[in-house]
Design a protein around this ligand. Structure first.
Ligand code: CP
Length: 340
């Protein structure tokens, strides 16, 4: 009996590692989207649409039964935490949320502790202060790792955004032009790369880049497609845009308990002045892009990067965008672990 049990356990382990491996023998991760091909992105989007349809039809999708998702967060979250936890429940598995502040990370070396953490689950979702730490976790090739919004990337957000645009446009080929207003940052990095890999033109209307978010290799790869345009001419940028996105001009680190930390006060005030002309508001959309849909990854700082009249504009699809994090992340988890 013992031998049989060992044999079954070993076979299951081999099976699991085989399906989450790429053809070159390395494990699948979702970090910067540089690792994914156009076909990979399309496969995840197709799976997301199938899972969303099943959910709407009341059908179960318990593809990750008996699997555990470890969610390690070094920064605050509303949507990412909720959507990944719900995704894992609906896939028949279990998610464990770890607020890094309540763990032993402060007492020990990061690399040692993260290797121990990965022994307990089948997937790791990591909202890290430093993308280098996500890269280290992935380099261990123990379990698939997802960057859940580091200073450089937010791939699950980008895929949720593309899913939303796909639903509204009907097909990828009908999404011609996406405009990004405000600060160039982690979210715009991932959205830009996802868009250009799918053949969509991406226009950046950004007077500044968040210095922490710079990834030169990603930028070079995106710009090599010829689909990235940089301009500060709002009329040109928004002409014939299908979707207009924005994001907060401020970083999560600037805030504590809902207030701006004193050490970031000066930068906070400076950014408000620099980015004000690039605010997404109803007058701008009505004047330059009346057929575009309005998007924001949330949380919104209403009155700053977006106005109340843009958030609740008839062309706003911001709440559908938030919900789609759930559907696309179910697809990401299944794709990473099972290779669907
Ligand atoms: N868009 C996003 O990642 O939201 P949270 O920071 O609330 O997770």
């Amino acid at each position: 009996k013992k031998r049989l049990f060992r044999c079954i356990t070993r076979l299951w382990g081999l099976c699991l590692s085989a399906v989450s491996m790429k053809s070159d023998g390395t494990m699948r991760h979702l970090i910067s989207l540089r690792e994914q091909s156009r076909e990979d992105l399309l496969a995840i989007l197709q799976l997301a649409r199938m899972l969303k349809a099943k959910r709407m039809a009341g059908q179960p999708s318990e593809y990750l039964s008996q699997k555990t998702l470890i969610m390690l967060f070094q920064k605050t979250s509303t949507r990412t935490r909720l959507s990944f936890e719900t995704a894992m429940t609906e896939l028949g598995g279990h998610a464990i949320f770890l607020d890094a502040r309540t763990t032993q990370f402060a007492l020990t070396d990061f690399k040692t502790e993260i290797q121990a953490i990965m022994r307990f689950g089948h997937l790791l979702v990591f909202r890290a202060r430093r993308s280098a730490d996500v890269a280290f976790a992935a380099s261990c090739n123990r379990i698939p790792v997802i960057d859940a919004c580091s200073e450089k990337y937010h791939p699950a957000q980008a895929l949720g955004d593309v899913l939303t645009m796909l639903e509204y446009s009907g097909s990828i080929h009908r999404i011609k032009k996406v405009a990004w207003l405000g600060i160039e940052n982690n979210v715009s990095n991932s959205l830009m790369l996802a868009c250009v890999k799918l053949g969509i033109s991406f226009v950046l209307v950004s007077p500044e880049v968040d210095p922490e978010s710079v990834d030169r290799e990603l930028t070079v790869e995106a710009e090599a497609t010829g689909l990235v345009i940089r301009t500060l001419d709002m009329a040109y940028a928004l002409h014939n845009a299908d979707y207009v996105h924005t994001d907060t001009w401020m970083n999560m680190e600037f805030f504590e308990d809902g207030h701006v930390k004193e050490e970031w006060r000066e930068e906070y005030e400076r950014r408000k002045k620099v980015f004000q002309p690039f605010q997404l508001n109803a007058a701008l959309i009505d004047a330059y892009a009346p057929h575009a849909r309005i998007m924001h990854c949330m949380p919104c700082h209403v009155g700053y990067e977006i106005t109340h009249d843009a958030l609740y504009h008839p062309r706003s699809i911001i709440f559908d965008q938030a919900e789609n994090r759930l559907h696309v992340q179910k697809a990401i988890l299944a794709w990473l672990l099972c290779g669907y």
